[in-house]
Design a protein around this ligand. Structure first.
Ligand code: NDP
Length: 452
């Protein structure tokens, strides 16, 4: 049977774009891609990239104070949201252009429309056009979800935060995951009076307890009003903002309320189940280790499969898909030991098992040190950092590395190589310290602080 294309990709996020352009550029496949929104997807347009730029913007608030403590004579007149937002929007336009050019340069034909499946090899675009392809790759990502409660329509999500007409004076952020904690730090740093509600006992559930404890302490110390064990019951529009009633009965008024209570895969109205493609409990597409769905001509990668929802993972899944399908080299994606960073202030970088998970698995030694780093301490700050290694008693392998520190994201990328290679504690010890740095503590911790 003749098809219009070898590959039709739905979704121009990090995963979809990478798979499309590598399949077209490196294997000569005839590739098309459809995207209903902006090119670049969540990461580039409404996630990692604008978020990180906002982390940088907010970081300057303390940097100015620190510079003065170091002897610089400067006068800070405050943060200009409009000036920043205009630059941010221009940067996102530029990046979207880069994504479009990458596709065009690789010979990928693009359709700025929504696409849905109408057959094992057929997609239908919004204008009714049908296209056929030997393989279809779904890379439609996910979207933020706000739970249903009275007044929930007043909440914004991380999709809206980059486009606010004004920076709010008082903001509530609901949730305790990556997004909620990162934006609490950003808003607080930009001078917004920031309150965060998290329903559980400690933010960043699933990460190492000691590390998330320090992040949360530092968030509170930096001025975030963190309410643990709190949730919203009801919200209502009032003259001076949004009235919020909390589960503990307290009432508050905020200018903006942002929900960061998780994300859902974009699988609605795509014709998937009708074709026998299995969806999981959250609506995610169920795939095998080669990202193949139950319908052999259809594959799915990235957040829409809800495996590990991170940009570099979606990119890897896209590359592995091309290897498997277009280079006759079946390549499963390795989801083990993925280093990751949470851009709170201070940052957290982590790879491998938390102390709690490792202790459940096998006997361990814990090496940890917490101290005031030189740069901030000299400026009169009391910020603390944490460097922590979890070591297997039996194999001596480092099972987990957890860093809470300025630039923890940069550090964990490198520590991640060692951990992924199976480095032992003694390998860390044999490595000479780089002095004076924060990260040197990773190779100078001699005695375990505890065993478990
Ligand atoms: P997460 O799933 O990480 O966190 C959701 C948070 O909302 C949890 O604290 C959860 O609480 C809470 N929550 C869920 N439902 C409700 C509810 N009904 N009422 C109140 N609270 C609720 O989602 P995020 O939105 O923060 O992030 C989504 C994903 O995006 C992450 O998992 C991550 O993969 C990715 N991401 C990665 C980043 C990075 O690499 N730096 C940055 C941003 C996002 P509980 O813990 O009790 O379930």
């Amino acid at each position: 049977m003749d098809f219009d294309y070898d590959l039709f990709v739905i979704g121009a996020g990090s995963g979809g774009v990478r798979a499309a352009r590598v399949a077209a550029g490196e294997t000569g496949a005839k590739v098309a891609l459809a995207e209903e929104d902006r090119y670049g997807g969540t990461c580039v347009i409404r996630g990692c990239v604008p978020k990180k730029l906002m982390v940088f913007a907010s970081g300057y608030s303390t940097m100015c104070d620190d510079a003065m403590a170091y002897g610089w004579d400067i006068k800070v007149n405050g943060f200009d949201w409009h000036a920043f937002r205009a630059k941010l929007e221009a940067e996102l336009d530029r990046l979207e252009g880069v994504y479009r050019n990458l596709l065009a340069g690789s010979g990928v034909e693009t359709f700025d429309q929504r696409a849905k499946l109408v057959g094992p090899h057929t997609v239908e675009l919004t204008d009714g056009t049908r296209k056929t392809a030997k393989h279809i790759l779904i890379a439609t990502g996910g979207r933020p979800v706000v739970p249903d409660f009275p007044g929930s329509e007043l909440a914004i999500t991380s999709n809206d935060i980059f486009h606010l007409p004004e920076l709010p004076k008082r903001m509530l952020i609901v949730g305790g995951g990556y997004i909620a904690c990162e934006f609490a730090g950003i808003m607080n740093g930009l001078g917004v009076e920031t309150t965060q509600f998290y329903r559980g006992a400690q933010v960043l559930r699933g990460f190492d307890d000691e590390a998330r404890g320090l992040v949360s302490d530092e968030m509170v110390k930096s001025g975030i009003n963190l309410h643990l064990g709190s949730n919203v019951i009801e919200m209502r529009k009032v003259d001076d903002g949004i009235w919020v009633k909390a589960t503990n009965g307290s009432e508050h008024v905020f200018d903006q309320v942002m929900y960061a209570t998780g994300r859902a895969p974009n699988t609605g109205d795509m014709g998937l189940e009708e074709l026998g493609i299995e969806l999981g409990r959250k609506g995610q597409i169920v795939v095998d280790e080669y990202s193949q769905t139950k319908l052999p001509s259809v594959y799915a990668i990235g957040d829409v499969t809800d495996r590990v929802n991170l940009t570099p993972v979606a990119i890897r899944e896209g590359m592995a898909f091309v290897e498997t399908v277009f280079k006759a080299n079946p390549t499963p994606v390795d989801h083990a030991l993925i280093p990751t960073a949470i851009f709170t202030q201070p940052e957290m970088g982590t790879v491998g098992l938390s102390e709690e998970d490792a202790a459940e698995q096998e006997p361990i030694e814990v090496y940890a040190t917490s101290f005031k780093p030189m740069q901030q301490s000299f400026a009169g700050r009391t910020d603390r950092v944490l460097m922590k290694l979890i070591v297997s008693q039996a194999t001596r392998k480092v099972l987990g590395c957890h860093i809470v520190s300025p630039a923890a994201g940069e550090m964990i990328q490198l520590a991640g190589i060692a951990v992924k290679m199976g480095a032992t504690k003694e390998d860390f010890d044999r490595t000479v310290a780089v002095h004076p740095t924060i990260s040197e503590e990773l190779v100078t911790m001699r005695q375990p602080v505890r065993t478990a």
